[in-house]
Write a protein that binds this ligand. Sequence first.
Ligand code: ADP
Ligand code: ZN
Length: 742
Amino acid sequence: MPAATVVAPLPPALTAAVKRHWGFTALRPLQEHAIRAALAGRDSLVVMPTGGGKSLCYQAPAVVRGGLTVVVSPLIALMKDQVDGLTRIGVSAARLDSTLSSDEWAVTADAIRRGETRLVFTSPERLINTGTFRLLRDAGAHTIAVDEAHCVSHWGHDFRPEYRQLARLREFFPKAAVHAYTATATDRVRRDISEQLGLRAPEVLIGNFDRPNLIFRVLPRLNLVDQVREVIDRHRGAAGIVYCLRRKDVDEMTAALRKARYRAVPYHAGMSADDRRATQEAFAAEEADIVVATVAFGMGIDRSNVRFVVHAAMPKTIEHYQQETGRAGRDGLESECVLLYSGSDFIALKAIIEKSSEEANAGPEYTAASIKHLDEMARYCRGAVCRHKALVSYFGQEYGSPNCGACDLCLGDTQEVPDAQKVAQKILSCVARVKESFGIAHVIEVLRGADTAAVRARGHHQLSTYGLLKDVPKPDLRDWIYQLIGQGVLVQTGDEYPLLKLNPASWDVMAERQSVRLIRLARREKRGRTEGAAASPGELPAGADAELFEALRQLRRQEAARAKVQPYQVFTDAVLAEFARGRPTTEAAMGRVSGVGEFRLRAYGKAFLNAILTHCRQKGLPTDVPLPKLAALPQAPPPAPPKASSKKELAFKLFRGGASVEAVAAKTELTPATVAEHLADFVRAEKPESIFAWVPEDVCERVAAAAEIHGTQRLKPVFLELNEEVSYDHIRIVFACLESRG
Ligand code: ADP
Ligand code: ZN
């Protein structure tokens, strides 16, 4: 690529179309480049992480250029969603797939021939089919966009044989520009895509693989169901996906969650097509909160408000992990990805890979490559490097910040086990004492001093290592043993009944010639107590009213049901969050929110404006609150003065006299949460000399120290940094104080 020259602004028609149809006020930087290439009719290979906004890269140019753009997509469900979505925002789109009746086909084909259709979605095998190809060629298709292009590569993690047929694309459409889009970035796959699709001097654009709004955690798997519930409870009522290794695990996890009254539904390849569709639809319609799935789930999912993804076991490759976690937080709001890892995962997955390679008669090369992928994944799990950094480096990129503030390591979720060396020596000598002839369960029994028949029958209650670690809970001990296996200082045989064996490194550890480290979860007890209720407001931007957000979500569900669309197609969570923060009361103000657009405003604006007005009146909240940074831009409209709110004025008056939040809440009949928000506004507006009347001095200091690391953009990192001991209200007030002092 030539060095960047002065870049001309995008054609006004494009910016206008993006605003009008999609309601986006700005393009993301890579989208802008990709769109330029498309407008120029130049081949391109666009690599963007999931959620990066690939679809706009071919959709917007198709609208502005006119003529016909063909989109190749692997799944019918995915095509249908896209076509429905585009139609609703006023873009003429159609699909040609195997589910169309001959009548539907004829109508669609007519519209294409008449030049009325901007985007046609089809599958690879259809595209190469003579009838389809003639239709599209005669209609003058000038652009072919290949979505999920890595499906063309053997080296990718999702090879689809039907994509191989795209190797003939050039033959069929010699003049068209071809664009390939994927989220998989390894060099090998990239080269393969380019070769298979016959790209001509493509513009290669590679996005930033970091997803700053995702919090990554890799935690030892101790009590699986409890740990999964802990994550779900942190995001109560929000959407999430729990990935399991096997179908059986999916069924068990779904049952366990349902028993605990969570709205969970299963998804795996062993289910019938109807059952799988029912799961997808329930999830998309927000009738189910949690999908428990094998990796078979995800590609067709366009629910942008997935707030958490849990891996109940390690995935097979970092690509899979990246793609699966990528389904969280596509709307840009904070979301959490938790991988519950055990050293046993590597062994289980290796066995699965070997078995399926054997069955599929895959060459030894393929098996070796798969195991190498697996090893990279395991290394990531065991790693002690910031997760954000580790992930982007895997994709060949650099990570600037020394502390991401959004992963288990940077947040201090885990800590070193004190005296790890001694603990390891006890475990290893126990393995030696039982003559390397027993499995993990038995070694744990002996170390914990269990008084069982199996132990006594072998005289193991008389060993010097009997009961040496009797205070360590069983799941922790199991986890440490797997950590030792993971570090290569202990061996588990690969038989049906795996035994623990020693190797030379084990003896080095026992003789202090080699050192080991062990980690464990920090603050586990505290976690269970405070999490849940307090955590969710942290996901909203500062100043957003959580109750209003919930009310708007409720309304969205109703509107979606009425319009027979999926809730995210009404408005995304990001839009609702901005409504809850800015509380617009006019169509003009609502239309300025990114992601609204003309068409959605017309369809849903009134209902949402009403809901916002009613809620703000009831709670005495100020409306039409400008975005702090936008207010400074010249083109921004002058911010409307906040509506006089007598309750808020009263609150300010009381604050001036030093009244407590509780006292003000009682006098104004506002909720303490609202009063705390008013207090933050008060602190910002009037800059009182001290806020110690509301937040104890030591708490102020702790929050200020944490804010130095994490900034004052988001509440949650600070909340976590402070061991979840300081309330969000206190943090918000201290932030206001810090901000007002610049
Ligand atoms: P991908 O296909 O790369 O996973 P999508 O095209 O589905 O990503 O887009 C992901 C999310 O980002 C969607 O919710 C979309 O509405 C949003 N989005 C895309 N482009 C923009 C933009 N320029 N401004 C704001 N939101 C955007
Ligand atoms: Zn980190």
